[in-house]
Every structure is written in C-alpha cells, then in structure tokens.
Design a protein around this ligand. Structure first.
Ligand SMILES: [Fe+2]
Length: 287
C-alpha cells in the first residue's frame, strides 16, 4: 500500500520524437511528488528509450503504472524473437524499475480508508476481418485498407496453443485481477479502446467517413475489454491508442483519453486538449 495524493494519466508518449521527449522533460520536478501516473501504453519500441522514460518519470511521480501499447511490442532491433517475448521483456523491465503492471491500492490522502485501486488491463485489438469482439465500423465507401498500418510489419505474434487469438490471450491474463474483490473505487486502464462509441467525436456514429485509405476502427480495440471494465465496476477507465482526446461518462464510468500523440497531430489540432501536463483523474474532476 502506498500513500498518494492524486492520480494522473497520459498515454502515447512516443518519446522517439524529440518534441515529445522535450514535453516530458518540461514536466514539473516538484508538483507530482506524492502522485500516481498512469501511462496507458505507446512509449517507444526501443527498450533503452523506454527505460530512460521510466527513469525520468520515477523522479517526478511517487508511483508509475503502465501497460504496453502496440508500438512498445514492435520488433525492429532483433531484441526478441517475437512480440510476446517482447511483452515479457517489458514486464521484467517494469518489475526491475518498480513500474507497476499489477493492481495496487493507493491511499489518497491522510485517511487510510480514503483509497483507490489502480487496475492495469492488458489488451490487443481484433480486426474487422477477424470478427467477434472487433470494434470495426464499415467505411462509407467500402472496406478498410490496412496496408499502411505499421503493426503489420513490426508486430509478430507466435501461434498460440489451440489457435487462441492474441487479444483473447491478453484478456485471459486479466481474469484473476478482474474476478477478485476490491475494497475501494477502481480506476482501470488499457491501451486499446473498450467500446466503439468513444471512437467518434459525435456520439452514435454508425459509419466512418472516408478521409483516408485507413480505417482506424479495424485496429481500435476489443469488446471484451469493456466486459472486464464492467465486471470491475470501474469508476474511471483510461485508454490510449487513437490519439484523440475525449472524456465521456457512460453508464456511470468516466472514459478518459489523454494522449500526447505525434507532434504533427498536435500542430494540426487533431488530438485536442493535451496541454502541458498529464490529466488528473482522481480525485475526480468536478463535473
Ligand atoms: Fe500511439
């Protein structure tokens, strides 16, 4: 158990970009010393940069939580044989650096009964072609083209026993933490999206407008993440991946996306409201 004041969140730091590393280095050295930071995936595919990012954050925050995103499990340097081995390597790295990938109760203030649980959820996406559990939404002008999706070239999953899909493999890894009891409000987080409706700026969109040849919805997430969030009865769920920042209260759960994303996306105002800091998610911001 650790004693914490507040919980903050960020995702998609993508520190391979100099501007993003600069953003990180500009964070206050003193403001967050008693606080938690949740990092919901996509720091870097380079384990050396990943390590240095955690070392920077460890000097700023009292506790750091993390789950890998798709970029973190890319294989580009022969550091691992496949992306599942890379995932295990990241778990070992996090353990060595005291970065949490397991649920932990954090006391938020002087009263020990005033606490929250931070619950990391591992995840992957199911594409439109793969079917059940996908968040895929058809385009108005035809089917998706994933030719430019770089995971196709840099992510390598091994064949799993029984033909289990990698998305289901990660869901299964969460089962113990989803099916236990928690004695305080739960804040969960995943890299990938748990539901379709948070993907769209306007609620209830049923088709994707054809702005490019790429249909993000096909690689957005997995409906089983949402089932696990509901089982957890989370008060807040943090997610990343889309590089579109939103806050939506749906069925009593506040879904928050606060991504740094790519410098070009910020220059073009495509992400929305990132500002200079991670976002506070606990205590809950006033409505
Ligand atoms: Fe990302």
């Amino acid at each position: 158990m650790s004693r914490i004041s507040r919980v903050f969140a960020i995702s998609d730091l993508h520190v391979d970009y100099i501007d993003n590393m600069q953003w990180l280095n500009n964070l206050s050295r003193t403001a967050y010393r008693d606080d938690v930071l949740i990092v919901a995936g996509d720091i870097s595919d380079d384990p050396v940069r990943l390590r240095s990012t955690f070392e920077i954050l460890a000097k700023l925050f009292a506790r750091i939580f993390f789950v890998p995103g798709n970029h973190d499990v890319w294989i580009r340097r022969k550091e691992c044989d496949d992306s599942l081995e890379k995932f295990r390597l990241l778990r070992s790295l996090c353990k060595a650096l005291n970065v949490r990938m397991e649920p932990e109760r954090v006391v938020t203030g002087p009263d020990p009964d005033n606490a929250v649980w931070v619950v990391p959820l591992y995840s992957w996406y199911v594409t439109g072609e793969e079917g059940e559990g996908t968040l895929y939404v058809p385009r108005t002008d035809g089917d998706a083209d994933l030719g430019m999706w770089r995971d196709r070239y840099h992510v390598h999953w091994p064949a799993l026993d029984g033909g289990v899909h990698i998305a289901d493999h990660f869901i299964a890894l969460n089962e113990d933490r989803v099916n236990r009891d928690y004695d305080a409000p739960v804040i969960s987080f995943s890299h990938f999206l748990p539901r379709q409706d948070i993907m769209f700026a306007d609620k209830g969109a049923s088709t994707v407008k054809a702005k490019s040849s790429f249909n993000f919805s096909s690689v957005a997430g997995h409906t089983k993440i949402e089932a696990q969030i509901r089982k957890l009865d989370s008060r807040v769920h943090i997610y990343g991946h889309q590089h579109r920042n939103r806050q939506r209260l749906i069925g009593g759960i506040l879904y928050v996306s606060h991504c740094l994303g790519y410098p070009q996306e910020r220059r073009e105002n495509r992400i929305g409201g990132i500002g200079d800091t991670p976002i506070r998610v606990w205590p809950l911001p006033a409505a």
